[in-house]
Design a protein around this ligand. Structure first.
Ligand code: AMP
Length: 115
């Protein structure tokens, strides 16, 4: 755990969040500032800074994050109509929390390209 990391604190239950799904190594909770009817963040319980670090992480962890994201979409009822997974990675992408998180967005027509 990184002590000053917001999402590490959520994973450690030190900061409240609305949890929606959990696996051994991942956690899914609602975004506080939702951009769609379904807006859930999937994080790794262990600290990894971003998608680049996730790609270098333990065997199967990136796979587990994507599987958790899909399980969230199924539970939220957006799997059939469609959903979007987003990993903002680095400053140009607007990443504001330096702990890897996958946005699961759905429940409306999301459009493309994003704004
Ligand atoms: P990003 O800009 O990709 O780094 O996304 C960070 C996301 O975390 C934003 O969509 C925020 O609304 C969300 N966020 C920040 N603090 C919290 C929190 N305490 N609980 C849930 N979501 C949060």
């Amino acid at each position: 755990m990184v002590t000053d990391c917001l999402f590490c604190k959520i994973a450690a239950n030190e900061i409240p969040a609305e949890l929606v799904y959990e696996t051994e190594r991942t956690l899914a909770f609602r975004d506080v500032n939702p951009q769609a009817p379904t807006h859930v963040l999937v994080i790794t319980k262990a600290h990894h800074a971003d998608a680049a670090a996730l790609a270098e992480a333990d065997e199967g962890l990136a796979d587990e994050v994507v599987k958790t994201a899909h399980a969230v979409a199924v539970r939220e009822g957006t799997a059939e109509s469609g959903y979007r997974l987003v990993f903002n990675t680095g400053p140009a992408a607007g990443q504001t929390v330096p702990h890897v998180h996958c946005h699961v967005l759905g429940g409306r027509d999301l459009g493309w390209p994003p704004g």
